[in-house]
Design a protein around this ligand. Structure first.
Ligand code: ZN
Length: 346
């Protein structure tokens, strides 16, 4: 069947988001130049923006979970600002709306969680999300291969549940990098990120993939609680929006001293082993809730998990995962001195 294509940004009143959501069977195609910037739509919801000369490369993604609308609206706003010529762009940009079919249905995903599929060596179930993960990995590979200057990837999300820290980052483990990047954490502090969770093991998320395979400074950013389109507080993401624009313009970014940001390491994963597995706290317990030593957090037929030693913090709990899968993370406090060679800074 013939499907016609619509020229890119033909309707100047229609945003990148609106065009992506409304063009299911007649995908946008093509490239345009505007205000010395080149915009090229590479795929559904995948937009490359290039200035005449550049100092680095920034991939920015939202909607990897289709119902996490605030970051989707932020990314859309940034595209509009670029189209209007309001950003003096100095970085190459790859702007990604992660899962448009799920976004159209206001669903987290259509078949399976896209943010568990960013590993080229995984078993591929052939789902829509598997196909999309492969597409996005190919676009990111093309984007970062042979790029010069620093590489960044921020994957923007909102969380299902409340959090003791409304905005927090997950810093993926990267076996190739020698150390964590303190400047990046301070930049995230300038984006209103209050806490950072350091991953000490591989996890097939989008940001992990960009870190592990492309050596980008990459983070998953949780930016508050997920709400439907139109119900987000328009000011909630002002700080990150402004700081991302400073980064895009290659200006000095806002930084928060590392001491003002809460840092957490993963202590344990609670695994669901049995059919009768249960988490022994309320379903709506906020992320980063603190539990004292002696607290019993989960049990099933043969196992239980109790906090020992020092207090533990519960993150991403979900009792209804498959057998053998992670039902929650338990984190603990770490201080900057144990992560960074702070004595070398004088
Ligand atoms: Zn998400």
């Amino acid at each position: 069947m013939h499907t016609s294509t619509i020229p890119l940004f033909a309707d100047i009143n229609s945003s990148f988001l609106q065009q992506t959501l409304s063009t299911i069977n007649s995908p946008l195609r093509g490239a345009i130049e505007r205000n010395t910037l080149r915009f090229e739509l590479l795929d559904e919801g995948v937009l490359l923006v290039e200035p005449e000369s550049c100092k680095g490369s920034l991939a920015l993604s939202a909607g990897v979970h289709g119902n996490e609308t605030a970051p989707i609206e932020l990314l859309d706003h940034l595209v509009s600002e670029l189209l209007r010529g309001n950003i003096n762009l100095k970085l190459r940009l790859l702007l990604i709306l992660g899962n448009p079919p799920a976004m159209r249905n206001n669903q987290r995903f259509t078949h399976t969680n896209l943010n568990r599929l960013f590993n080229p060596e995984r078993d591929n179930s052939g789902s829509k999300e598997d196909e999309r993960a492969n597409q996005l990995m190919q676009h990111v590979t093309a984007f970062f291969t042979n790029s010069s200057g620093p590489r960044y990837h921020y994957d923007l999300h909102t969380a299902i549940r409340d959090s003791e820290y409304e905005k927090f980052a997950v810093y993926p483990y990267n076996q190739r990098s020698e150390s964590w990047n303190q400047q990046q954490i301070e930049f995230l502090g300038g984006c209103d990120i209050e806490a950072v969770l350091f991953q000490d093991r591989p996890s097939p998320t989008f940001s992990w993939y960009c870190s592990e395979y492309h050596n980008a400074d990459a983070f998953t950013l949780e930016l508050g609680k997920a709400r439907p389109f139109g119900e987000n507080d328009p000011n909630s993401l002002n700080a990150i929006s402004a700081n991302l624009i400073r980064l895009m313009q290659s200006e000095d970014t806002e930084r928060t001293p590392i001491d003002s940001i809460r840092l957490f390491a993963i202590r344990d994963e609670i695994i669901r082993h049995g059919e009768h597995f249960e988490l022994l706290f309320p379903d709506d317990q906020p992320n980063f809730s603190r539990f004292m030593p002696g607290s019993l957090l989960s049990r099933d037929e043969t196992n239980c998990y109790t906090i020992t030693g020092s207090p533990g913090y519960i993150i991403f709990p979900n009792a209804r995962v498959e057998l053998g899968a992670r039902a929650a993370l338990v984190a603990e406090d770490i201080d900057a001195a144990s992560l960074f060679n702070t004595s070398a800074s004088d």
